[in-house]
Design a protein. Structure first.
Length: 404
């Protein structure tokens, strides 16, 4: 229990999001190594990549400042009220779908006029290593449904709502983006698509004339909503990791008045700002792509093990084993091959995973630490905040009020 800047926070177990299969099968250290790529790399990198993309599309001359302001604004929204963050998500999702529908309809019109000159496979890349690396960028765009696992308790009835949400989102995304890509190639060549900073903006400039400004606005709305969604779900991962002892206890506290994981949201925002030091979005994606998919592969690998060792375990959601096996084969391909093609970038990903173990052993597993270590870092576990701001009498009163 603790207080930060006059606001009270209490520990809670409302938002479990830790990859518990890894925790149960391989222990705390493996769980830390599974959590660290997401908490230190994937989510914060995704958030800043999308923030930079929003800034680039909305206002190219002040993109870095816009990226910082965007993260700060959405951090406030997620700290203030969960309903606010979901309403922001809904509103900007509608903006994304309107933009994509406009592009798809335009593409259909272009096809009706016979614009198919760019639908060819000349000079197609066949290098296996480059194909594997391209999956990182592709999966970055299609990985939104994976964030549902980190906010399952926000869905209400998990057994019925989670599979439905995953099914609808996957089908909708695949259909909409496939038609969007087809629409782009009715007007833009492969070279123009690869060279454009914002493909939809270039598409609009060629076809919409003086109304081309509409598409950058809608695309910026789309990425703004993406940043909000990542911030919403990633803070739950921070929270759950802290609740299970893999991260500082301070991060598993929630606001008494707002019932939001405010410390976790703030930590996510601050960590994401570090990634603004790099302006290369694709570098941000590739640095942790290896770590992300290696960690996800290890988590999925526990599923067949539990089917064998615990066949009677209660499973609200159950799938045929063929699907995780196919997934594991694909994961091996997109993790092993890039190690050969880009050893430096995959090395950074491996380093992110490796940082989890020493941090866990020093700050969590090692209980009898010297005072000179406990002092500077004690506040991270809430004890220092607890003593400094509340005092014993106020703590007793606060606990009594919470029980009431």
């Amino acid at each position: 229990m603790g207080v930060q800047r006059g606001r009270a926070f209490i520990p809670s177990s409302r938002i479990p999001a830790l990859p518990t299969d890894v925790l149960r099968r391989q222990g705390d250290v493996a769980a830390v190594d599974r959590t660290s790529p997401d908490s230190l790399g994937l989510f914060s990198k995704n958030l800043m990549a999308l923030a930079q993309s929003t800034a680039n599309k909305a206002c190219r001359t002040v993109e870095e400042r816009v990226g910082r302001s965007e993260g700060a604004l959405l951090t406030f929204v997620n700290c203030w009220d969960v309903k606010w963050s979901t309403r922001v998500q809904d509103f900007f999702t509608y903006g994304k779908l309107i933009a994509l529908a406009t592009i798809i309809i335009t593409g259909i019109v272009q096809l009706c006029y016979g614009h198919t000159e760019h639908f060819n496979f000349e000079n197609t890349e066949t290098d296996v290593t480059k194909i594997a690396l391209s999956f990182y960028s592709g999966l970055f765009a299609y990985n939104g449904c994976a964030h549902l696992r980190d906010s399952v308790n926000e869905l209400g009835s998990q057994k019925s709502n989670l599979p439905l949400a995953i099914f609808i989102s996957c089908i909708l995304v695949m259909v909409v983006y496939t038609f969007s890509i087809v629409a782009f190639h009715t007007t833009l060549s492969v070279q123009e698509v690869l060279g454009a900073e914002a493909v939809a903006v270039t598409f609009a400039e060629k076809l919409y004339g003086y109304m081309a400004w509409i598409v950058p606005v809608f695309v910026a709305m789309s990425t703004f909503g993406g940043v909000n969604g990542i911030l919403f779900t990633s803070s739950r991962l921070f929270y759950a990791g802290a609740e299970h002892g893999q991260m500082p206890r301070l991060l598993c506290m929630i606001s008494i008045n707002r019932l939001t994981p405010s410390p976790a949201v703030l930590a996510m925002c601050l960590l994401s700002l570090v990634y603004l030091c790099s302006s290369d979005i694709f570098a941000l994606i590739n640095y942790v792509g290896f770590a992300t998919w290696l960690a996800i592969g290890l988590a999925v690998a526990t599923l067949p093990y539990f089917r064998w060792k615990a066949p009677n375990l209660k499973r609200p959601i159950k799938v045929n084993l063929i699907w995780p096996i196919i997934y594991l084969i694909a994961t091996v391909f997109i993790t092993i091959v890039p190690m050969i093609a880009e050893p430096v970038q995959t090395g950074f990903g491996a380093l992110i995973i490796a940082t989890g173990a020493p941090v866990y052993f020093i700050f969590v597993y090692w209980k009898n630490k010297p005072r000179w270590i406990q002092g500077p870092f004690g506040f991270l576990n809430g004890g220092e905040l607890f003593r400094r701001y509340l005092g014993r009498r106020n703590v007793r009163n606060l606990r009594a009020s919470l029980r009431v």
